[in-house]
Ligand binder design. Sequence first.
Ligand code: BG6
Length: 476
Amino acid sequence: HKKLASFPKDFLWGSASAAYQVEGAWQEDGKGVSVWDEFVRIPGKTFKATNGDMAVDHYHRYKEDIALMKEQGLKTYRFSVAWTRIFPNGRGEVNQKGLEFYHDLIDELIKNDIEPMLTLYHWDLPQALQDEYGGWESRKIIDDFTNYATTLFEAFRGKVHYWVSLNEQNVFTSLGYMLAAHPPGVQDPKRMYAVNHIAFLANATVINKFHEMNMPGKIGPSFAYTPNYSIDSNPKNVLAAEDAEDLMANYWMDVYMWGKYPIAARNYLLEQGWAPEIEEGDQELLESAKPDFLGINYYQTATNMFNPLDGVGMGKMNTTGKKGTSEESGIPGMYKKVDNPFVNRTNWDWEIDPEGLRIGLRRITSRYRIPVMITENGLGEYDKLTENNEIHDEYRIEYLSNHVHAIREAISDGATVLGYCTWSYTDLLSWLNGYQKRYGFVYVDQDENQDGSLARYKKDSYYWYQKVIQENGENS
Ligand code: BG6
């Protein structure tokens, strides 16, 4: 661009977290048990068997954390509510103490001029619902999720203006039911697509409810968007990339935005016998729900090439933190993921591609014409605390500043971007990777044995972001 557009005046510079990863206090004040509380206790599931029982103790230290946000100048803080604090068994009577915690948190944010952004569901499903009817595998969850959401809408009406319905439905369904890496640890594509369809219905119902209640504010889902590239201009590979985009991205975004599954992907699933059953009324429901924004969690892109029928299938995830340990993965007859030779990779083999964010924002803008909220973006790395309690995370500053620049370019291209939440605010528990993989602006002294002091230290990136916010991104 000859001339870059400025960020809008009311741009929401923010940062994000999720209840299970920060709160701790897993049995306090009447909280019920979630599927994650149970899953982490199964040997071999997480790095060094780390659990979130204590996490980074945000439950008791939220005031300290919010004071740091205030000093940094944060405009919004995205957090999730633990369903099990509100309804310990998923439904029934409200646990007032649980609700009170979020009232206190939200009031504290507002008092400090920080816009609360509330995620209704960031994966910590009440275990009671999993036991009773298989959680997301039953349509009964639609009513229970709507009841839970409505309780929060009523409680925080007028206080919370930004609501995220489901966090990364594509991730929790795929990792939960296809890769067996998340609860309930299932490996069955048919069940995965069935669960995913029910999650769409729950999402649509809650969005409609929000609008029926005339809630002041906006609501939308957060999608983990990994834009797909082709390795080269071989038409076979270009088609492979289209297939990947259809099956891994449009399969979710089209349903959120249009209520329709992409045709080629749906036909492929029908052929495999994996397609979800669409009952009477489903189609109408999906088409009636209109999100106010699309939340995007952006970490990387994926590069693809044609994968023959006898080619690689689903791979395994890299949780060791050793480069080069990611397995090949793909769908036989369609595509397989390959390394992009033009980008660098993190220690967990995640590709670093700021330009991909601009590309993704442009695709979304062209296809849907919907405002985007970037609800997550960040770099997970080993951070080192120096003797003077400093953290020189220049690699994170580089990563984030390149992504901020890419957003500015996308805005110049014509995308509407409402805000940018980095992942994460403080360091927190990485679901599968313990505390070795850190994302925060604020370092937390915590480790896999949960015997850290929990003290908070500002990283260099903290000061960098403070300046970006002060300048409203003008030098980005
Ligand atoms: C997103 C999730 O998938 O990525 C976060 O919404 C998660 O909850 C983040 O922590 C980073 O993933 P990881 O595996 O590096 O911790």
